[in-house]
Design a protein around this ligand. Structure first.
Ligand code: ADP
Length: 668
């Protein structure tokens, strides 16, 4: 076996590979760019070497430089992970020339599958069923269009060199063809420096089902069953599962055999994935073959109990396949959800920022988290914004799905916008549960998956307000000598007495006013809240960052993260980010009449701004209270004077308590 493995990658896949290498007793060498100096993959590896500036073209894509590093550190093998140089034939070739084992397929196999057109030609020859289309040399607009016209619309234009959904355009009618072709070519040129196009029949609502294959250097091959990756946004996968639901043994064997035929047609070795589109009649069509380890390989690992990175290393080390086909079987069901820094409510735009809170679910035999970041790390503009892969397993699809939704509710990230809430909604949606899934799933169900204020924000408002009330109460209690704490005094001067307070919560650009009255039910405090026309009876317990709340009889547990910009409350797969605004009381006659000169919430008197009996003008600030790290000033409702202040600076006051007596001037 190799003694030292260099991993020509970064992030989660580097960490993933290091774990297996360590278990197998292989030393590991990581690469890092400027921005990755302190990255997790660097910390996990036995050695780490600087590869260059942060842009990947200057570091992780520097083929010759990486070879030089491998030679210098004495690495006898390089694992390219996925992305970057993993499907780069020149790099694989360089490895070979320098007597370094490339943990991947032979150069010829990478080349053969590097172009979607070439790949389709080879598969046609090997009699693997293809998506109908044209993948020939004639690249003239008229030529391509005549093939599209013959095939009938809709068609899909694809860049032969394409990947990551780039250089692809749907064309729904002949009149759109030329514009779509020009756009697809432009995108292909800028992404791949190659604008060779192919035309395919655009299949309506197919499923994306792919087969994991593995071949050794002795002509043996096996398939490790299938993964369904139909749930995609922008033609990119976000939830994958294995096995594919509704799969019959017969179809599985057919697809597995077709995939092996594809692999054998190019003398494949190592891990590969043959991607098919599957229509509702059980017809499947070859789309492309990926000559690397896929992002979604963990779902296959979970159902087969195999470590695919170990398989890759063994095959690369010229060992026979660890298991023959008949020894492989499917056990249970697995899902993978890709946790991305992106904003589903803004066309899935990638997001960047510091992961100020990164709290994954606890790992177990059912839950696995593959990640390359820790709390405090940045999601930068330089690389793919995937934060982690959440993988779950259980005996059946239903049970595994329950694990997935639960684990998503336990995944708490702050500082960067993520797709967790979106994934939660998706995974808990009725059609997803009911296996009504095809590649159009997200588009079809967009309305119910994206943020809906009424369903997603409003139910969390009383939870957020309750947190503020309890947090402030706690703050006061810890600052009070117990003996004098109003909460521990026996005289119960508040019993059955209502204390009105007003909170303002800013959520995004919206401000919500929460009227809170605080009362005792027996010994327990309850907060009756009114938000708009909705009324809520709320009570709860706050322990550190955990809030147990009961809102109108519904008890839930939330996690709260207080940060510079405000607060985030994570509750049952939803998250609300808010700021507590100053509750500006006494600003108008109405307010003053409504609420009098009461403390807006539990707090401390910071300053008395005027003398008793001193003449003041309407709107002049009289007293300042601090609560929840914010100052609230109460202003004169009209000209007049304060006849008496009931508290002095430094006093602690309960929300709702009367602070002063005001005497308005008689109207002239
Ligand atoms: P890329 O290599 O850019 O990822 P693929 O060829 O793998 O592109 O296609 C990505 C996705 O686009 C597929 O998973 C599928 O959802 C969709 N797709 C590709 N070809 C077709 C087709 N002919 N008809 C319908 N959908 C397609």
């Amino acid at each position: 076996m190799f003694s030292k493995l260099l991993i020509a990658n970064r992030g989660e896949i580097s960490c993933r590979i290091i774990k297996t290498a360590k278990r197998m007793g292989i030393l590991t060498v990581a690469l890092y760019s400027d921005i990755d100096k302190q990255a997790l993959h660097v910390k996990m590896a036995d050695e780490a070497v600087y590869a260059g500036p942060s842009p990947s073209k200057d570091s992780y894509l520097q083929a010759q430089k990486i070879i030089n590093i491998a030679l210098k550190v004495g690495a006898d093998a390089i694992h390219p992970g996925y992305g970057f140089l993993s499907e780069n034939a020149t790099f694989a070739n360089l490895c070979q020339q320098n007597d370094i084992v490339f943990v991947g397929p032979p150069v010829n196999a990478i080349q053969a599958m590097g172009s979607k057109s070439e790949a389709k030609k080879i598969m046609e020859h090997a009699k693997v069923p293809l998506v109908p289309g044209y993948h020939g040399e004639d690249q003239s607009a008229e030529g391509l269009k005549s093939h599209a016209d013959k095939m009938g619309y809709p068609v899909l234009l694809k860049a032969a060199a394409g990947g990551g959904g780039k250089g692809m355009r749907q064309v729904w009618q002949a009149s759109e063809f030329n514009d779509a072709l020009a756009a697809a070519k432009r995108e292909a040129m800028s992404s791949f420096s190659d604008d060779l196009m192919l035309v395919e029949k655009y299949l309506i609502e197919p499923r994306h089902v792919e087969i994991q294959v593995f071949c050794d250097n002795f002509g043996e091959g096996v398939y490790l069953f299938e993964r369904d990756c139909s749930v995609q946004r922008r033609h990119q996968k976000i939830i994958e599962e294995a096995p594919a639901f509704g799969m019959t043994e017969e179809l599985r064997a057919q697809m597995g055999e077709a995939a092996l035929k594809a692999a054998k047609a190019i003398d494949y070795a190592g891990a590969g994935t043959v991607e098919f589109l599957l229509d509702s009649n059980g017809q499947f069509y070859f789309m492309e073959m990926n000559t690397r380890l896929q992002v979604e390989h963990p779902v296959t690992e979970m159902i087969t109990g195999q470590d695919l990175v170990e398989w890759q290393l063994r095959v690369a080390n010229n060992e026979p396949l660890p298991l023959p086909q008949q020894a492989l079987s499917i056990h249970g069901h697995a899902f993978e959800a890709r946790i991305y820094a992106e904003d589903p409510n803004n066309e899935f735009l990638p997001a960047t920022g510091k992961l100020s809170l990164l709290h994954p679910p606890i790992e177990s035999e059912h839950v696995r988290v593959d990640t390359g970041v820790i709390q405090g790390d940045d999601v930068s503009v330089f690389y793919d914004p995937m934060i982690a892969k959440l993988i779950v397993w259980d005996e059946t699809r239903d049970k595994a799905l329950a694990r997935l939704t639960k684990a998503l509710t336990e995944y708490h990230i702050d500082g960067v916008v993520t797709n967790i809430e979106f994934l939660y909604k998706l995974a808990s949606s009725v059609p997803f549960k009911a296996e009504q899934i095809d590649t159009g799933f997200i588009e079809k169900h967009q309305d119910s998956l994206l943020l809906n204020e009424q369903q997603d924000v409003e139910p969390l408002l009383p939870v957020a307000a309750l947190y503020l009330m309890l947090h402030n109460k706690q703050h006061l209690e810890t600052n009070l000598n117990d003996q004098f704490s109003p909460w521990s005094q026996g005289n119960a001067w508040r019993a059955n007495e209502l204390h009105h307070q007003k909170l303002e919560l800013m959520v995004g650009k919206d401000t919500f006013v929460v009227q809170v009255s605080q009362a005792y039910v027996g010994k327990h405090i309850v907060y009756d809240m009114k938000i708009g026309h909705q009324e809520y009876r709320c009570s709860g317990v706050l322990e550190n960052d955990q809030l147990i709340s009961t809102i109108n009889g519904h008890r839930t547990i939330s996690k709260v993260n207080a940060h510079q910009e405000g607060y985030s409350v994570f509750c049952s797969g939803k998250v609300i980010q808010f700021q507590a605004l100053q509750a500006d009381l006494g600003d108008t006659q109405d307010n003053a009449a409504d609420l009098g000169f009461t403390a807006p919430m539990n707090g401390t008197v910071i300053a008395i701004l005027v003398e008793p009996q001193q003449q003041v003008e309407k709107g002049q600030p009289l007293i300042v209270i601090e609560a929840m790290k914010m100052e609230h000033s109460l202003k004169a409702p009209s000209s007049g004077c304060v006849s008496e202040f009931y508290f002095k600076a430094g006093d602690l006051v309960d929300g709702g308590v009367e602070l002063l007596a005001f005497q308005a001037n008689q109207e002239a």
